[in-house]
Design a binder for this molecule. Structure first.
Ligand code: PHB
Ligand code: FE
Length: 327
């Protein structure tokens, strides 16, 4: 597929397994049957290719998200918004820092986006959906056999008001794991002249029909308060190091969370969330999540467009209590 950002991509010809190699500044990305090999000026770093592709898919789907997206404890990106996206190896890892092995390089958003999209297009097999839970999709491994899976082009749902579009059996069948879960609609009586301005959504029914995992999508926005529910299963493909306070409310299922110091990756805590548990997270940690069964999680984000500048100036609160002026 030819896109208008293709001139930003430096691709080299395919290797013996059929996969192209990509250059981005001092980095070179190469894939073999099982691994992604990231060459950088300090050496090379290897990641299992399935984990790598699931993480690239999230980074692209979320436009590098809020703050830091670690693909594992070593490699990742840090979003500095208008100032670009930093790509790092070991920069936020205690051992790599101490060994003096950390490396990073900043790129304009469009350049790193174009390269990651080109990697997905070339490396994702036709039967491997990076958005799906492992039980729902095929293998990322082996030599090139066509592709990419069409799900890589899926656009993130963003609504400005509560979503009204119904999800039906034909467009969004209920996920196998949620068969039998009963969502009950409330009742709404609307004056005809206001019909366009109201909608009724049963969030359980809506999420039971979700066709992706680990993908908070905005279903309601009240000024900058964004409700981003998501369905989870297996492991969050990235570790998120937020640059602002963030809240989770577990709606059903179970989620275990690993919490680390954001800037060193040193472990701080484990949590096991049960339905109804609410978790307020400070802006100086990173978190990774595990869901042993398909679960529904409400992620509550602060989308205030002034935050990037305040973060740059170090003027944003670190803890949830500070955010509400309670400490
Ligand atoms: C998060 O980093 O806060 C996050 C990301 C994806 C999810 C859930 C939480 O599905
Ligand atoms: Fe997060």
């Amino acid at each position: 597929m030819v896109t208008e950002t293709q001139h930003l991509v430096e691709a080299q010809k395919a290797n013996e397994l059929g996969y192209k190699t990509f250059r981005l500044g001092g980095y070179t990305f190469e894939r073999n049957a099982y691994f992604t090999v990231i060459h950088y000026p300090g050496g090379e770093y290897h990641m299992p290719v399935g984990e790598f592709l699931r993480a690239v898919q999230r980074d692209i789907g979320w436009n590098f998200f809020y703050g830091m997206v670690k693909f594992d404890q070593v490699f990742g990106t840090f979003n500095f918004y208008d100032n670009g996206v930093d790509m790092f190896v070991g920069k936020y890892n205690d051992a790599w820092q101490k060994a003096g092995k950390a490396y990073s390089e900043m790129f304009p958003n469009e350049r790193i986006s174009a390269t990651f999209k080109a990697i997905l297009e070339d490396w994702v097999p036709p039967d491997f959906n990076p958005w799906a839970a492992p039980r729902e999709t095929g293998s990322p491994f082996g030599r090139k056999r066509g592709g990419p899976h069409p799900a890589i082009f899926r656009k993130r749902i963003v609504t400005k008001t509560m979503i009204k579009e119904p999800r039906t059996d034909s467009t969004h069948p209920v996920n196998e794991a949620f068969k039998g879960l009963q969502g009950k609609d409330g009742e709404m009586k609307i004056k005809p002249e206001f019909r366009e301005r109201f909608g009724l959504l049963n969030l359980y029914d809506y999420l039971a029909r979700n066709d992706v995992t680990w993908n908070p999508e905005i279903v309601s926005a009240v000024e900058y308060s964004l409700f981003c529910p998501t369905t989870e299963e297996y492991i969050l493909p990235i570790t998120h190091g937020n640059d602002r306070v963030e809240w989770f409310l577990l709606l059903n299922g179970q989620i275990s969370m690993e919490i680390r110091d954001r800037d060193t990756g040193v472990l701080r805590a484990y949590l096991h969330m049960k339905p109804g548990d609410c978790c307020a997270m400070p802006a100086d940690i990173s978190h990774n999540l595990w869901a042993p069964e398909r679960s529904m999680l409400l992620v509550w984000e602060n989308g205030n467009p002034e935050l990037p500048e305040l973060i740059r100036l170090g003027k944003t609160p670190t803890t949830p209590l500070q955010e509400f002026g309670l400490s």
